[in-house]
Design a protein around this ligand. Structure first.
Ligand code: NAP
Length: 546
């Protein structure tokens, strides 16, 4: 019979969250920790997303850990926005520098996890049937890790090569001389299309919803600029932590329609030229007021019409069915200009969906498009997908998947009622995908580490979110979203990209600064909203703290 291995904490995933969790729980709390990771290396999303043009749209100097001043000072970034290979090198460096690999089991998927209420432990079952047990289970599975290829008819009949941006091979893919179809124009497609177009014989882009994209204005990062940021890191990191989105941006001008028209245009021009997502922060009310939103949206549509020479193609590229910012804003290098190339064709799918995949290509509106390669830039079963892929069973065998059948329900986006001693990094109900992920990850990991340290110090065996606290939090998350334009878009934030998925706005829109304050207050208030139950024999007496 196989033995069950025992740990103090089990972590699922060795991306940026899992690595930092391992460091905090093992090196600061002295726990025996096991991390299970399905890839054969660290880095999470940056391990899988190796598609051409993949890079982060948070600036390098801020898309990095802040927990170690030495790490922060010694690492040198080369460009304003880091490429995927550079971020992966950074993740590898962190893993080596902090000796993380020895406690990570690579190429190992977790099939299920079950809470035993009699021992207050989680038993994790791996794909190969092995088991491990620990009092605490932390999921660090990422929000965008369940890659999705839509269920196109005839998919298996295609005889050429197929790739998904989120599952890109480790070897370079050579598009030279090939006819390539790219399906999808979200952040991944928008980054990949210009790069693939420079190599391939022909690229046909299949677009369902046009997206708003702002130029990155990427470039090399000068040693002077790095020195300046490094010298000021403590202040800048603090500013990011208390900001709305975990990044430091120039302050907004005010409400769009209250700003003088000339000044409005000049500021949009200035931010467009400066590049990056700070463009979205030009006015305070862009995602809360329809008229205000139109100011920024019209500006981008004008830039598209100005850039793309063929007016019909430009019109097809202009987003008109959702307010700007309510689907994730994209950041690009030469995206719209790519449609001026002779070897790029745009096919609109609105009202004219892909009928089927054929052995030699795609059929749309009765027209066959013959290609050698199909690139699926079709996105993810976001936020809930990675958690629902694991059979997580809480008290009395209740299933997380079933609990979330009508949409995810969490307390603070970090815990769920009925699932004691389970913590979830950047889960639905936290700012997560609406922020600089590393800022949100560090905040969650620090909070979870403190909670576990508290439980161990106070002899608490069971740390469980209360259902009423969860209900109130879910209501608050929904309430905040309802005051914005976000629910107007059929976005993956709403689960709208996956047929049959409940339409619920999943992330918390209150801002990372506000959210951090709420989490700190909850902890400072003896973990308000959680029931903390002492270990037996004191157990029978009463909850230790509530
Ligand atoms: P995505 O934003 O969900 O885009 C998927 C694309 O595929 C959309 O254009 C979608 O159209 C299309 N699509 C899906 N199903 C389709 C179907 N059946 N037929 C035709 N088209 C279909 O996915 P993503 O581009 O991979 O980006 C996901 C998220 O990852 C981003 O929003 C961002 O948060 C993150 N990301 C960040 C970066 C960065 O930092 N620069 C880069 C890449 C990704 P619809 O819009 O109509 O659904």
């Amino acid at each position: 019979m196989r033995t069950t291995r025992e740990y103090d904490a089990i972590v699922i995933g060795a991306g940026f969250a899992g690595m930092y969790l391992l460091h905090r729980l093992r090196d600061d709390l002295g726990l025996r920790v096991r991390v299970y990771e399905r890839g054969d290396g660290v880095g999470g999303t940056w391990y899988w997303n190796r598609y051409p043009g993949a890079r982060c749209d948070v600036e390098s100097m801020f898309y990095s850990y802040s927990f170690s001043e030495e790490l922060e000072q010694e690492w040198e970034w080369t460009e304003r926005y880091p490429t995927q290979p550079e971020i992966l090198r950074y993740a590898d460096h962190v893993a080596d520098r902090f000796g993380l690999r020895e406690d990570i089991e690579f190429s190992t998927s977790v099939r299920g996890a079950r809470y035993d209420g009699t021992t207050d432990t989680w038993t994790v079952v791996l794909e190969d049937g092995r088991r491990a047990r620990a009092p605490f289970l932390v999921t660090a599975v990422g929000c965008l890790s369940a890659a999705r290829v839509p269920d196109f008819e005839g998919l298996d009949s295609f005889t050429g090569e197929t790739y998904h941006t989120g599952r890109w091979p480790h070897e370079d893919v050579d598009f030279t001389g090939k006819r390539v179809a790219v399906i999808g124009t979200g952040s991944s497609g928008i980054q990949a299309i210009p790069v693939i177009a420079r190599q391939a014989a022909h690229v046909t882009v299949f677009q369902r919803t046009p997206n708003f994209s702002v130029p990155a204005q990427n470039g090399p990062l000068s040693p002077d600029e790095q020195r300046r940021v490094k010298a000021d890191y403590r202040r800048l990191r603090h500013a990011a932590r208390v900001s709305a989105a975990g990044v430091v941006t120039p302050p907004a001008l005010g409400n769009a329609l209250e700003v003088d028209e000339e000044l409005r245009g000049a500021e949009l021009d200035r931010r467009w030229a400066a590049g990056g997502t700070a463009f979205m922060n030009t006015f305070t009310d862009t995602v809360t007021d329809e008229e205000a939103n139109r100011v920024t949206a019209d500006y981008v549509r004008d830039r598209i019409r100005e850039t793309v020479k063929d007016p019909d193609v430009a019109e097809l590229l202009c987003p008109k069915d959702h307010p700007i910012g309510t689907k994730r804003i994209c950041v690009d290098t030469d995206y719209y200009a790519t449609y001026n190339r002779d070897n790029v064709t745009l096919v609109g799918l609105r009202g004219n969906p892909i009928e089927r995949i054929t052995p030699s290509g795609l059929r749309v509106g009765g027209v066959d498009h013959e290609v050698d390669v199909i690139v699926f830039a079709t996105g993810y079963d976001a936020m809930t997908g990675p958690l629902n892929a694991i059979d997580i069973r809480g008290l009395g065998g209740i299933s997380l998947r079933e609990e979330w059948a009508d949409g995810p329900r969490t307390y603070l986006g970090v815990a769920a009622a009925g699932f004691p001693n389970l913590f979830m990094v950047t889960a639905p109900g936290s700012p997560s995908v609406l922020s600089n992920m590393i800022v949100s990850i560090e905040q969650h990991v620090d909070w979870i580490t403190d909670a576990i340290a508290h439980a161990r110090r106070a002899g608490i065996a069971r740390f469980e979110a209360r259902r009423e606290a969860q209900d109130t939090w879910v209501e608050h998350v929904n309430e905040v979203a309802s005051h914005t334009l976000y629910p107007r878009a059929a976005s993956w934030y709403m689960g709208a990209n996956v047929p049959g998925k409940p339409r619920v706005f999943m992330p918390y829109l209150g801002g990372v600064g506000t959210y951090r304050r709420i989490c700190d207050e909850v902890a400072g208030d003896g973990y308000r909203g959680f029931t903390l139950t002492a270990a037996a024999p004191a157990r029978s007496a009463r909850p230790a703290r509530a």
